[in-house]
Ligand binder design. Sequence first.
Ligand code: NAD
Length: 490
Amino acid sequence: MTDAAPPVADVDGVAVPTGHLIGGAWVASPTTFESRSPLDWDEMLLANVARGDEVTADAAVAAAVQGFRVWGHYSPVERAEVMHRLADLIEANNEEIARVECLDMGFLEESMKLRLVGRGAANFRLYADLVVEHEDRRWDAKDMDNHVLRMPAGPAVVITPWNAPFMLSTWKLAPALASGNTVIHKPAEWSPLTAALLAELAVEAGFPPGSYNLVQGIGSEIGAALVSDARVRRITFTGSVPTARVIGKAAAENIVPFTAELGGKNPLVVFADADIGAAAKKAAWQYDDSGQVCLSGTRLLVEESVRDEFLERFHAETDAMVIGDSRNTDTDIAPLAHPVHRDRVDGFVQRARDNGDVIVRGGHKMPDSLHYEPTLIEPKSNDSEVVQSEIFGPVLTFQTFADEAEAIELANSTDYGLSAIVYTGSRERAERMGVEIRAGLVWVNTFLVRDLTAPFGGCGISGIGREGGEHALDFHADLKTVMILDNTTS
Ligand code: NAD
């Protein structure tokens, strides 16, 4: 680590710090890694970003321990004031954040501007309000005054993935900070830049030194060092199953509570009694953002009797989607975020071909860009790799079912259980599917809307724990029960 002011990258007119924010100061590292744009991988080098190591991790945790002595004693109202100021600043910088996220990760710029930057601000507002409104339980029992207190737990490591990096970071940082914990945020190395903008805004909002720390670098290097540090008292992770296994072991070693929001292989179930046009439109919409969304309904399960009608409408909807530059407002399908990921997606399709699965549409890389053709595969069996493994690209599978029992069986037939989408015209069936599907979220006749206070998380290998509303506050607090025998005189 060096103390010389680290460079700031000019990303299409937006100044983005490329160092680590530790103890309120920006610091550089002797080595860097490249952040390139998926919009033009060879030509657009956006920034050389500090590549943190064990020394950086040690300094960041030390700063968070120090910062906890201050931030951990802020009252909920004082914390809420800073968090609302950060939300104001996020809203005021909507355009800059949207532009940098679009260039860095390839996310559709218009979606960022209209939805996700605002959602990021809303995360800070929600937790600012919740922590102020929260009333601890007090009750009389056993001749004692019983009182529950929430204690901030200490430094929290927040590790986020490369897809939707800005919104997912706010979602995890806001409850940690609202609870009085200090944070060390480690964003993904494929899309590190909007995390740097957020950290810069946090300083401007008035987070005291050491309360909000950001480190940049490679997961297996600085990420591994952070999660192994015994001074860390919470680890909250969003990413892949293999990484969760590694982090979970480190958390267990230090007896640290750990949440994991992981992948999905979510069913999109269409019954014959549904509005087939609406269902087909939503199914095609799963190609939006090139399928790089954990909640995407990637397994299309359609009642046999409406197979042809559904497929005809689905193909028409998909044909109408515009594959293009994420900066253009008419683009529906963005490029994949990284060449390694594009090749990984292609590998799944190649193996499906070799396996005898039927490629119904698409199935190829697109020339001169990181786009991949919107792909539909009819698998040879439910055991095919493309049915059972998360691909995280614009690749959907198509299967049919005879009746509701078979639909439920297929929907629940993977190790994942993050979310599900159901299309039906029957309220009774909607209720039954809500009960029977094994997933943390079930949407019926809708998709991707969620009140921020509702719990969020997965079953099976889709995760451990729940985020959202009070659930995340419970995770970040150490709850303490105080019992006072009622014989005190003053
Ligand atoms: P990943 O597991 O490769 O990386 C996630 C983060 O972990 C990155 O910041 C990375 O640097 C870090 N990391 C990697 N190795 C580490 C280690 N040994 N110790 C500490 N940190 C380490 O995941 P990804 O490819 O960035 O993200 C895609 C995955 O995330 C998909 O599976 C997707 O479904 C999932 N996801 C889940 C949700 C959800 O809410 N359930 C949301 C978005 C993405």
